[in-house]
Design a protein around this ligand. Structure first.
Ligand SMILES: CC(C)(COP(=O)(O)OP(=O)(O)OC[C@H]1O[C@@H](n2cnc3c(N)ncnc32)[C@H](O)[C@@H]1OP(=O)(O)O)[C@@H](O)C(=O)NCCC(=O)NCCS
Length: 149
């Protein structure tokens, strides 16, 4: 998948991308060490219900990534969810985010999933405009509860 004018290519993430993925995870607000990212990539490596793609610029630098998962529930048909998406702040507005989401949607179709969902923090207003532009609609707002175990 290539956007000609930007020569940005989207491909499956591999272990060698861990450093760039970690740097961008920090930018997303989830500071992670390279070792942590490597471990987490390992956990889902080869698992068909998860996918991670990176966007690579002409010079070979990773300028964004997207993670997707297949979500199963008793109350709805299996669906796909974007569990992480980030484009390098220096490369935003160039269509990289769109390329990543389109690749994610293609993956979901390959998995025979009919719906893509994404949960986005209420403070990410730019991301909300981005998703609306890409045809997503806000269907629900919810609180997220957590407890340390
Ligand atoms: C959200 C994000 C991934 C978008 O990536 P991007 O590469 O800048 O987006 P694109 O250039 O592909 O934009 C695609 C379309 O959305 C629009 N868009 C993107 N960001 C926008 C914004 N902040 N406000 C309004 N429109 C926006 C673009 O104008 C473009 O529209 P067009 O096709 O009509 O030109 C990126 O801004 C980002 O990484 N943000 C910080 C992290 C984040 O919020 N991630 C999402 C977590 S849920």
């Amino acid at each position: 998948l290539t956007r000609q004018n930007q020569s940005v290519e989207v491909r499956a993430a591999c272990k060698n991308d861990a450093e760039a993925v970690a740097r961008l995870a920090g930018e997303l607000g989830y500071p992670s060490t390279v070792a942590q990212i490597r471990e987490r990539l390992d956990l889902i490596d080869g698992e068909p219900q998860h996918a991670t793609f990176v966007a690579v610029a002409g010079g070979g630098a990773v300028v964004g990534w997207i993670q997707l998962s297949r979500m199963c529930s008793l109350v709805s048909d299996p669906r796909a969810e974007i569990t992480g998406l980030i484009v390098d702040s220096m490369h935003r507005g160039d269509g990289v985010g769109r390329l990543l989401v389109e690749r994610g949607e293609a993956w979901a179709r390959e998995q025979r999933l009919a719906t893509m969902g994404v949960r986005s923090n209420v403070v990410r207003e730019g991301a909300h405009r981005f998703y609306l532009r890409l045809g997503y609609a806000i269907t629900k707002s919810q609180n997220v509860f957590c407890k340390d175990l």
